[in-house]
Design a binder for this molecule. Structure first.
Ligand code: SF4
Length: 427
């Protein structure tokens, strides 16, 4: 057994989980392969937040069946949010899968591989750390306590459990030794970090501790919840030199009744006031948000409230998704998914057109300005990276042999577009 293939669907939490599993498999002597055919261990890291994501995983599982039947020695694992506490249904549906693992539960696969490879896995899974990249993720809190009516995550990832400040700082220090320059502190709701810890440390305290890690250049965090965005967190972003001025603050819907049905716990007005406070304290902040269109019972007039909020706030980025009914959620049990699919598509299109205009306007203001860009790698034949505001920047004049990866480069913007910027190295 010498190669593995991990296929990941869904959110950054899943990507972070996969990176950690990669780290563990690497410590066991396995190497990454580019396709399931070439791998002895195949892991599908699944997502059920939207029907389309689940369909993709089921399609992939089905396509792997003949491969597994031809080569029984291959190990096939299903991991992530498709796997709940009980696996009987999944075992019936996919009897050829060797191991089912809930999010962050790597041990069953590690144990199985240890047995098959006849190795002691005790030290292998050790502290799991993400693979070395310029910018990477550190999960700081698992699960979610919010129970928004449309969301399956609290049922699949469980209640909130924070990791200790000391453990996170140690991981950041280890990552820096491996060449990482930027970390994103990750969780479904990072703003509630620490409420379950004995020493009462919140995200603001954690940001300060990670900010002090020597050699680390940038710190980000993802995702926030409007109800838990405290003044301390806002002040920390404003004051800590390595913490980047970018906040992802999902509002999900613009109408108060829809927000209530979603059980989000804030109103349109409260959300707007929070944005005003953030902008007052951090004038150069960039903002992104998540929106759901076509939630149960959402009328045209209610959707207009969502458009108005996007128009007024002027986010740098909007991630919009059509509502899809997820079995096991409160919305699935108590509300009716009654907005037709075609209408959901029209609403998505309306947001896309509006946001493209807003992002074009915001980015065109950046023409001629200089930004520090942390270079992450090469894409489309150019070096690329991000500025502190999380804007994707392509560098037009960096030759491949310069090896800019991991370097902080001052770039002058000479071309703007809604989703990215281009520039040249400022002399
Ligand atoms: S805050 Fe709401 S949407 Fe986000 S993970 Fe928790 S339950 Fe899901």
């Amino acid at each position: 057994m010498d190669g593995y293939y991990i296929w990941t669907v869904g959110c950054q939490m899943n990507k972070a989980d996969s990176e950690r599993l990669e780290s563990a498999l690497g410590q066991m002597g396995l190497e990454p392969r580019v396709s399931p055919k070439e791998a002895d261990v195949i892991v599908l890291n699944s997502c059920v937040v939207r029907q389309s994501a689940e369909d993709r995983v089921v399609g992939m599982m089905t396509s792997l069946k003949p491969l597994k039947q031809r080569r029984q020695g291959k190990v096939l694992a299903l991991m992530g949010c498709m796997v709940g506490p009980k696996t009987d249904e999944l075992e019936k549906r996919f009897p050829y899968v060797d191991v089912f693992m809930q999010p962050q539960q790597y041990q069953p696969l590690i144990d199985l591989l240890g047995e098959r490879m006849d190795i002691d896995t005790e030290g292998c899974v050790g502290p799991l750390v993400a693979r070395p990249d310029v910018a990477t993720y550190i999960p700081i809190i698992h699960g979610c306590d919010k129970f928004c009516t449309f969301c399956i995550i609290p049922y699949r990832r469980g209640r909130e459990v924070s990791r200790s400040v000391a453990e996170i700082v140690r991981e950041a220090e280890m990552l820096v030794k491996r060449g990482v320059k930027e970390v994103t502190l990750l969780g479904q709701n990072v703003d509630s970090y620490g409420h379950d810890l004995p020493d009462d440390h919140g995200l603001g305290d954690l940001l300060a501790a990670v900010n002090d890690v020597s050699g680390l250049e940038r710190v980000r965090f993802l995702t926030s919840h409007p109800n838990d965005m405290s003044d301390h967190i806002i002040d920390s972003v404003a004051e800590l030199d390595k913490v980047c001025e970018h906040i992802n603050l999902p509002f999900q819907a613009g109408d108060d009744k829809v927000l209530e049905d979603m059980r989000r716990g804030y109103t349109n007005d409260e959300y707007r006031r929070l944005i005003d406070k953030i902008r007052e304290r951090i004038p150069n902040v960039s903002l992104s948000t998540d929106v759901i269109v076509g939630f149960c019972g959402e009328t045209d007039a209610q959707f207009e409230e969502t458009l108005a909020l996007i128009e007024d706030v002027k986010f740098d980025k909007v991630h919009a998704a059509a509502y899809s009914n997820r079995p096991g959620t409160i919305a699935e049990r108590r509300l009716v998914d009654d907005v037709p699919q075609d209408e959901k598509k029209l609403r998505l299109k309306a947001i896309e057109i509006l946001q493209e205009r807003i992002a074009t306007e915001i980015n065109s203001e950046l023409m001629g300005r200089d930004f520090d860009v942390l270079v992450e790698g090469r894409k489309r034949g150019k070096w690329f990276g991000r500025n502190r505001n999380d804007k994707l920047v392509f560098i037009n004049d960096g030759e491949p042999e310069l090896d800019l990866a991991g370097k902080m480069i001052n770039v002058r913007i000479d071309k703007t577009a809604p989703w990215s910027l281009q520039g040249t190295i400022a002399r």
